[in-house]
Design a protein around this ligand. Structure first.
Ligand SMILES: *[C@@H]1O[C@H](CO)[C@@H](O)[C@H](O)[C@H]1NC(C)=O
Ligand SMILES: *[C@@H]1O[C@H](CO)[C@@H](O)[C@H](O)[C@H]1NC(C)=O
Ligand SMILES: *[C@@H]1O[C@H](CO)[C@@H](O)[C@H](O)[C@H]1NC(C)=O
Ligand SMILES: *[C@@H]1O[C@H](CO)[C@@H](O)[C@H](O)[C@H]1NC(C)=O
Length: 467
């Protein structure tokens, strides 16, 4: 049976012809690059056009050469004005809001984690247990503490029994377990001592420095804050000390580089591929080993956002960067309105200015203690000691904007400035006990004395304002 053919209507035929012509025109437009279609499309396009703009803040000149270092004009000024205030019995009334005499460390009530959680320590306790139980409401460890010295020696010498990568974070961190319950947090060496920070990288994509971690612990100690986690350096043989004890996941990221070095990548978010491989020389790798903080839930830490955190957006600024009255707002908000918190913020800004740490977006306190009246833990100093010739003034903004400093801190700074042993020499000496000594490149030490003067000058300017 024949299929009945229907005649195609004329209009339908024209319709298909015009569709064909239109399609050919569009194809011609695209191939020839006339861009008519593109132009029409753009009329209906609501997406903003991408234009490369200048950064909002003109970058300041970052100094990377010794010849360009700016030496403060008051380098040899003994700061007698400040010294007199510190040495006097009473702080003069008009300076009482600037230089604060805080007796927090002398308060009768300074319970330890061990006391509050009923942790009994005895002659069988390890140094790690003694250290953890001995953390008090007002400091990480006491002055002239022998426990921390013993603990660091253990972390630097004991055989590693097990190691696995710590999850989270952009850069590689490893949890190291030894016998007897000892544990440490490990960060590998990624830069040589003399390698400066890449000034075209934002601070948040700069490699962390294991030696910065070690140096910051020592500096925190000699500035008498004692709020940092104890950290020691150690060189490990990747082949004989880490490879055999690495967990399966870590184990599988080991490889030998084309230059015959033993390397691994880890599995962290951003910098854990063979492009960023962590390599021994050919077996040995330096790292920082931080004492483990208590794992008891009751001694966990509360995380606070720093009021002076930096914007992690490459183009946006935070209120403190544009408003010099920002501090007046902060000091009215709990817990910054009372107790030790605001003074701790000033001390932390001073520590960060010394070490050049811009990365203090959050900070932590122990939940065991009254959350509004316990010390700020100085934690995570991997992004420090990157630029020895550049003094990063914005880091000192909290002190400049609030015009506030603990009397004890000011006294310590003056003692180093005027005393026989400058801060540079004191830190140098303190770090000689570390197995990785010399921990810092010499210019980083010299920078401390210069930065000390910049801090003193900042306080002097505050004093002048009320005179
Ligand atoms: C610790 O012991 C004291 C006295 O026996 C008791 O009052 C307190 O509730 C205990 N604390 C904890 C956290 O168990
Ligand atoms: C590291 O360990 C490997 C394997 O045991 C050994 O061959 C090498 O000599 C060691 N290197 C050093 C510097 O101890
Ligand atoms: C800390 O301060 C906040 C805000 O004033 C308050 O809500 C909280 O109860 C305080 N915490 C303690 C333990 O006193
Ligand atoms: C640090 O110690 C080394 C070695 O003893 C010494 O050469 C250097 O001058 C010291 N640096 C400072 C700033 O004290």
């Amino acid at each position: 049976m024949a299929i009945k053919q229907y005649p195609i209507e004329k209009s339908v035929r024209y319709f298909w012809i015009s569709i064909g012509v239109f399609t050919l025109a569009v194809i011609f437009d695209i191939i020839s690059g006339l861009g008519v279609v593109n132009a029409i499309a753009r009329l209906f396009d609501s997406k903003p056009t991408i234009i490369l703009t200048e950064p909002l803040v003109k970058p300041k000149k970052i100094i990377t050469k010794k010849e360009d270092v700016i030496i403060p004009s008051t380098m040899n000024d003994p700061y007698k004005d400040l010294q007199a205030i510190v040495d006097g019995k009473e702080i003069p009334e008009k300076y009482k809001d600037i230089i604060i005499d805080s007796h927090h460390l002398n308060v009768d009530s300074n319970p330890s984690i061990g006391e509050l959680l009923n942790i009994t320590v005895d002659k069988y306790s390890t140094y790690l247990e003694l250290f953890q139980a001995g953390i008090t409401q007002h400091e990480m460890y006491p002055e002239d503490d022998w426990v921390v010295q013993k603990l660091l020696h253990k972390l630097a010498t004991k055989t590693i029994k097990h190691a696995y990568e710590k999850e989270g974070g952009t850069q590689f961190k490893m949890i190291v377990k030894y016998s007897d319950g000892y544990r440490a947090m490990f960060k590998p060496m990624r830069n040589t001592r003399t390698q400066q920070k890449n000034i075209n990288h934002f601070y948040f994509n700069d490699y962390e420095r294991h030696n910065g971690e070690i140096a910051a612990y020592h500096l925190d100690k000699i500035l008498k804050f004692r709020r940092a986690v104890p950290i020691v350096g150690r060189s490990i043989n990747l082949t004989s000390e880490l490879f055999p004890v690495a967990d399966d996941e870590l184990f599988h990221t080991f490889y030998i580089s084309p230059a015959g070095k033993v390397c691994f990548t880890g599995r962290c978010d951003t910098y854990c591929d063979s492009f960023h491989g962590i390599c021994g020389n050919p077996h040995m790798l330096e790292g920082s080993f931080a004492a483990y903080l208590p794992r008891d839930k009751r001694a966990y830490r509360k995380v606070w956002r720093s009021p002076w955190r930096r914007s992690y957006d490459k183009r946006r600024l935070n209120p403190w960067e544009v408003d010099d009255n920002y501090c007046q707002i902060v000091r009215k908000i709990p817990p910054y309105d009372s107790g030790r918190r605001m003074l701790d913020m000033m001390d932390m800004a001073i520590l960060d200015f010394f070490i050049g740490n811009e990365d203090r977006h959050h900070y932590e306190t122990f939940k065991t203690f009254n959350e509004n009246d316990t010390f700020i833990i100085h934690l995570d100093h991997g992004r420090s000691f990157g630029l020895p010739f550049h003094d990063n003034l914005p880091i000192l903004s909290p002190v400049k904007q609030c015009c506030m400093i603990r009397k004890s801190t000011l006294k310590t700074l003056l003692d180093f400035h005027n005393g026989e042993k400058k801060l540079s020499a004191a830190l140098n000496d303190s770090m000689k006990s570390d197995p990785l000594s010399p921990v810092l490149w010499e210019p980083h030490l010299e920078a401390l004395d210069r930065r000390n003067v910049i801090i003193l000058e900042t306080i002097r300017n505050c004093i002048k304002k009320v005179d």
